[in-house]
Design a protein. Structure first.
Length: 243
């Protein structure tokens, strides 16, 4: 297949490598290669002859400006895909994204999904839980040199490599015209993740339970954990930390 991967960050770079290893013809597109989804520059060229497009771009901000980012970029990508005759558009999103209306970024991702579903091309949405790689940055938002403060938000994080495998499987299959949730095998509260992570790093700071601390303080209940039909990956967080 001829597949264009939009975005070359943590997920996009791994996905391009995975799809190439599976024998597909892969084009990568990002600002560094002259493709600007906000202006539309270079998008038509990047989609030339593509069967499938996988969009793993991210907004440069997590505030209200992310709404305009996803509105514009999704519109430009769908229009270019229709011109190019793309047969499958895939987007990476977040498990439970429509349940956390307090966060601007989550509302922006919901809009992106809505635009994709209402677009002209068969589609698939892969919703992933939080990546293992983002756990330490998440902790840093509410940490200082004496302690780490975290809420007891239930999460079921996943290794980025396992997200890539799921995306590659979806991108090379028939469009879902729906949503696939993917998650790691183990459920924790965020403060538990904090303690596991600090212990693995030899960090002696205590983790203090604080339901007002950090981004995930806005999450209510188990909104960010997957339902019973989710695809569960095999990589455990404790094993990933050990490696």
């Amino acid at each position: 297949m001829r597949i264009t991967v939009i975005g070359t960050g943590l997920i996009g770079s791994q996905l391009a490598t995975e799809l190439t290893a599976r024998g597909h013809q892969v084009t990568t597109a990002s600002l560094s290669s002259g493709v600007d989804l906000l202006t539309g520059a270079g998008v038509d060229k990047a989609l030339t002859d593509a069967d499938t497009v996988v969009n793993v771009t991210n907004s440069p901000t997590f505030d209200a400006r992310s709404v305009d980012f996803f509105r514009t970029t999704m519109g430009n990508l769908l229009a270019a895909g229709e011109r190019a005759g793309v047969r499958h558009q895939v987007v990476l999103s977040i498990v439970g994204v429509d349940q956390v209306t307090e966060l601007d970024y989550y509302r922006a991702k919901v809009l992106q999904e809505q635009l994709l579903r209402g677009g002209p091309t068969p589609y698939s949405i892969v919703r992933a839980t939080q990546f293992f790689e983002f756990m330490e940055p998440t902790m840093s938002w509410s940490s200082d040199e004496t302690a780490v403060r975290l809420p007891a938000t239930p999460l079921q994080p996943i290794a980025s490599a396992d997200v890539v495998t799921a995306l590659a499987d979806v991108a090379t299959a028939a469009p879902l015209d729906g949503i696939l949730d993917v998650a790691g095998p183990d459920r924790f509260t965020l403060d538990e993740i904090g303690r596991l992570t600090l212990a693995a790093r030899g960090d002696r700071r205590p983790v203090l339970l604080d339901d007002q601390a950090g981004l995930f303080a806005a999450v209510r209940g188990d909104a960010l954990t997957p339902g019973p039909d989710a695809r569960l990956a095999s990589t455990h967080y404790r094993d990933w930390l050990d490696r």
